[in-house]
Design a protein around this ligand. Sequence first.
Ligand code: ACO
Length: 352
Amino acid sequence: MSDPSVAALTARPSLGVTALGTYAPERVVPNSEFETRMDTTAEWIESRTGIRERRFAGPDQYTSDLGVLAVRDLLRRDPDALREVDAVICATVSPDALMPSTAALIAMQVGLVGAAAFDLSTACSGFVYGLSVAQGLILAGSARRVLVVGAEALSKIVDPNDRNTAILFGDGAGAAVVGPVPDGYGFQEFVLGADGNGGASLYLRCVAPRLPGGFEMSQSVGMNGREVFKFAVRVLGESGTQALAKSGLTSADVDWVIPHQANVRIIEAAMERFGLPMSKATVNLDRYGNTSSATVPLVMREAIDDGRIQDGQQLLLIAFGGGLSWVAGTMKWWAGAPSLHSRTPEEVGAWA
Ligand code: ACO
């Protein structure tokens, strides 16, 4: 006899991304800028991380400002995109404040007062985590569509003189609407996880001075780079493989791996574990560095705009971050809405 709960799950509606917008601050910070204030070289940064430059928000520009600009980009591409949005999630590790939530501040400025709004704190895993939470809210009947924003002003929470962290991070934002898509498209499976035992590898003090167990935290981002590196390579490979298996797929079915952009060597190691060439990974960390929860939408936007990501293609999203946390998701790309396919020259002109 079939299990009715399983039947209900398999009959779930097709949900996916129905709009996407991004924003990167204007100020470009090349590696050479760090040479003047710490013991490093532009060459070391590029060869050990793949990063050549990143963007920093202006002095009065905070995470909610970047998030609002990403939503405005989405609306410029698709003015109708926020119709039926009943909830706003902001994935961020650099919120404007602990309260009010950055999600509520963004909602207020984009015409979504009254929608549910909350922040999601899984650092660099946050945007892809948020897609899965959005899917859950819709399946539970709590929202018709959900706006998921990944926004970070990391330059405000990093010690500018710490060569272990300052060179890695940048600022940026992405915004996606999750909602119904035609059958056969959209989200397939997500794998989410976290392990607080790794908390001391990546941390930022807030209320408590120390972690359970006594580890003293710093007032700016602290990181054990080698530990995070090893963790990242392991969980990206494992969770990505699990998400593919849950979807009845293998890596051979994947058109594009869309990884969190932390270090090109981490992406290379993950691709090797999938048995896939680097040409199947979307990479833009050379120009943006690690923008935490904004990396995945930023790199997706680029790959859509230049025509790499196309209708019907199989995507694998993989990310890791503070927590420590990880997430992988499979998705068949639907390009049927205005902001989800590459731009015509006329459209590019209209937006210039
Ligand atoms: N310039 C010059 N030398 C440096 C720098 C720098 N900026 N930073 C470290 N070094 C030195 C170290 O002190 C060390 O010197 P030693 O051998 O005398 O001790 C040497 O370079 C090698 O250090 P490693 O830490 O082994 O360097 P590695 O090749 O591992 O690169 C890095 C360091 C880039 C941080 C790497 O470990 C990494 O990318 N880790 C993952 C970080 C990450 O992904 N963070 C994500 C955060 S996600 C989130 O949720 C916010």
